[in-house]
Design a binder for this molecule. Structure first.
Ligand code: GDP
Ligand code: MG
Length: 607
């Protein structure tokens, strides 16, 4: 055995530039999977239903391919990475097990925001980067122009760029050859003390936690006694294998190899991402780990039917075991009963989690408005608050709050020049600062030049409608990426909504003072539409502290509740009637006003 015959690599790209398609072609070319008809994309590595539906990769998957070069059998380990800004953490940990990366760029779209961010992650990790231009079969492809753009942006030599069509398979052989020729084999010594890097974990109902590891030194065998540098806990390796992409048991993993082990870990928290495993009785220095994933967006998740809570919580826990970046806490609300407060890496991450709860666990849930983690500065301490109910009513001597800070991100937007004005406007209306821009193409001022716009912007501004507006106001051409940039003092207020003068805790929102009027009015208008009429008139108010900032009046009940409520909106009406039939419409008494869970559902799912 020798490391020389192993290559560990990843495919990195902006979303939709063709990672999964290229992965499929590579798996086919190496005979790992059967060849499919051209144009049929089953995307073997995208295992989750939500990934197939949305065409995004959420969880990094690995596959080992065998391929013979110059008469020698090589092992190529492909570690797939997610392509969305929310999952940058997953990208960075997948890359930790690699020596090289294919940087894939769509030849019709060119360099996009995530192309730049994944390039930087790969470069920081010291990986050999192979530039690949994909989709050259498209009539709109402009390979020369995009090659020049890559040269200007990354310093790529156009001669190094491989031109391919992952769809038709053209040029994919050259990619395989380049993986062998250009990516260095892993360095590691079979005779040195065992060192295995733990970079991911899965949860299996029968075997417990399955860890994905990259062996650095030594040989990892079934029956070995290993220990964790992080927890010092000891385990016996029960099962060991490679991901082919399906699990295939093997006798041992050699230096540079990537595979899975099952070793009777009961809790997924025992599989610490970034941990180093070593053989019991030896001493090793742990490899550099990762900083833990930081939740950026929090929301409460409640069952539509309160009695479903135990089942829902069980489903949430199960799902969280397969997604290590989600944080889970208990939460209870007067309006919605028992629930959980979850932390996510971003709003897409939150959406994906919600969809998986619904798809895979058949859950019927209400998700509250997303909140970012705010920092409340007291005289003697700082407290992070990610639930509006815990947010102080005011910054003053009485509450002892000195200052409130909010998380800020450094954002970059790449957009064709003609949309530049719209993007500037979008940034301004979302409290952006430090705006700056430059041309992405080498020659500036040509008709279809692209501009990269950078700014700092409060995270709370981008967790709501920012992304949708970015897409619609740029006809889908803008791409967007961001990284954390610390905290900053800000004038934030808590809006509380009152039904018949009684506050509804689950509806509270934290907003910047400049947005309070608009948001207060908008929500009050939404509420008046979804709350059933009562026998008496009900005031619906939005308040900041003692000040009422918006008000609507729900007229008294007349005849048909559903008609008055949902107007002519047939689909919604059907949904509500159907739920009622299923016996799922449970009324919650809020003071003297009946507030159905459906009203929450409606308001939380409307944009
Ligand atoms: P990912 O998000 O990077 O994994 O991208 P996918 O592999 O899911 O591809 C995104 C879309 O581009 C899919 O509709 C693919 O069929 C399409 N696609 C990928 N590669 C090519 C290509 O070489 N040519 C063309 N015409 N379409 C491609
Ligand atoms: Mg994909």
């Amino acid at each position: 055995f020798t490391c020389d015959l192993i290559r560990n690599f990843s495919i990195i790209a902006h979303i939709d530039h063709g990672k999964s398609t290229l992965a499929d072609r590579l798996l086919e070319l190496t005979g790992t999977i059967k060849k499919k008809e051209v144009g049929k994309n089953e995307q073997v590595l995208d295992k989750l239903k939500v990934e197939r539906e949305r065409g995004i990769t959420v969880k990094a998957q690995t596959a080992s391919m065998m391929h013979t070069f110059n008469g020698k059998p090589h092992v190529l380990n492909l570690i797939d990475t997610p392509g969305h800004v929310d999952f940058a953490w997953e990208v960075s940990r997948s890359l930790a097990a690699c020596q090289g990366a294919l940087l894939l760029v769509d030849a019709s779209q060119g360099v996009q925001a995530q192309t730049i961010s994944v390039f930087h992650i790969a470069q920081e990790r010291g990986l050999k980067i192979i530039p690949v231009l994909n989709k050259i079969d498209l009539p709109a492809a402009q390979p020369e122009r995009i090659a020049a753009q890559m040269q200007a942006t990354f310093g790529t030599d156009p001669a190094d760029i491989i031109h391919i069509s992952a769809k038709t398979g053209k040029g994919v052989e050259d990619v395989l050859q380049a993986i062998i020729d250009r990516i260095p084999p892993p360095s590691g010594a079979p005779t040195a003390p065992l060192k295995a890097f733990l970079f991911d974990s899965l949860y299996d109902r029968y075997r417990g936690v399955i860890s994905l590891v990259a062996v650095q030194d030594g040989i990892l065998k079934k029956g070995d006694r290993v220990a964790s540098c992080h927890t010092n806990k000891k385990y016996e390796v029960q099962e060991i294998g490679i991901m082919h992409p399906e699990e295939i048991p093997v006798n041992g993993l050699y230096p540079g190899q990537v595979g899975y082990i099952a070793c009777n870990m009961k809790e997924s928290s025992e599989a610490h991402i970034g941990d180093t495993l070593y053989r019991v009785g030896t001493a090793v220095d742990p490899m550099p780990g990762f900083k833990p994933a930081q939740a950026m967006v929090y929301a409460g998740i409640f069952p539509v039917e309160t009695s479903d809570f135990p089942k829902l919580e069980e489903s949430i826990k199960r799902l969280a075991l397969t997604d290590r970046s989600v944080t889970v806490q208990r939460e209870s609300s007067t309006a919605l009963g028992q629930g959980n407060r979850l932390g996510f890496l971003g709003t897409l991450h939150m959406d994906v989690f919600r969809q998986r709860l619904e798809d895979e666990h058949d859950a019927n849930i209400i998700v509250t408005a997303p909140t970012v983690p705010y920092k409340i500065v007291y005289k003697d301490k700082e407290v992070y608050v990610s639930n509006p109910t815990e947010f102080p009513d005011a910054v003053d001597a009485a509450s002892k709050v000195k200052e409130i800070q909010e998380p800020i991100v450094k954002a970059s937007i790449i957009v064709p020049e003609e949309y530049f004005g719209d993007m500037m406007d979008l940034c301004f209306t979302h409290r952006a600062e430090d705006l700056d821009h430059r041309y992405l193409d080498a020659g500036t001022g040509t008709s279809s030049s692209r501009i990269i716009l950078t700014c700092t912007i409060p995270l709370s501004e981008i967790v709501t409608d920012f992304f949708d507006q970015l897409k619609s106001r740029s006809s889908g051409f803008a791409s967007f990426d961001y990284e954390e940039a610390g905290y900053k003092a800000s004038d934030l207020v808590k809006i509380v909504f009152l039904l018949n003068a009684k506050p509804v805790d689950a509806l509270a929102l934290i907003v910047h003072r400049s947005h309070e009027d608009a948001i207060g009015k908008e929500w009050v208008k939404k509420l008046v539409k979804v709350i059933p009429r009562q026998m008496f008139e009900v005031p619906i108010q939005a308040a900041v502290g003692k000040k009422i900032i918006a008000r609507e009046t729900l007229k008294a009940y007349r005849a048909d509740v559903t008609a008055g409520l949902y107007g002519g909106h047939v689909e919604r009406k059907m949904k509500v009637l159907e739920r009622q039939k299923e016996g799922k419409a449970r009324m919650k008494r809020m003071g003297s006003v009946n507030l159905p869970q459906e009203a929450f559902f409606e308001i939380m799912s409307s944009k």
